[in-house]
Design a protein around this ligand. Structure first.
Ligand code: ZN
Length: 102
């Protein structure tokens, strides 16, 4: 089982989709309504892993509209998801370093 597959198994209620997005700023997102998590297939394995862990943080959070990037609740949710991603990375893959979210 790959590291990414290990994370996908933590979210049995969600389906993961790999999508082709050319923007280097898009790594992934979650759709609470359709229980879908999208990852950018153009990212390398490490970025996809960190994005999956980050989206896990969102899946674990209460569903809300985070489309406004400057909204206070969005900023809080992003911070929470980054913290969750770092914590899960340390718990699940202790040999990997969290260099992605500083
Ligand atoms: Zn996020």
């Amino acid at each position: 089982m790959t590291n990414l597959e290990h994370v996908l198994n933590l979210l049995p209620d969600y389906a993961f989709y790999f999508i082709d997005v050319s923007s280097p700023n898009f790594h992934g997102c979650i759709d609470y309504d359709s229980k879908a998590i999208y990852l950018n297939e153009n990212d390398n394995d490490y970025v996809q892993l960190m994005t999956a862990l980050h989206e896990y943080g969102h899946a674990d959070d209460k569903p809300s509209d985070y489309s406004s990037k400057r909204h206070y609740n969005t900023l809080l949710a992003e911070k929470q998801a980054n913290i969750t991603a770092k914590r899960l990375l340390a718990d699940l893959f202790p040999t990997k370093k969290a260099t992605y979210y500083q």
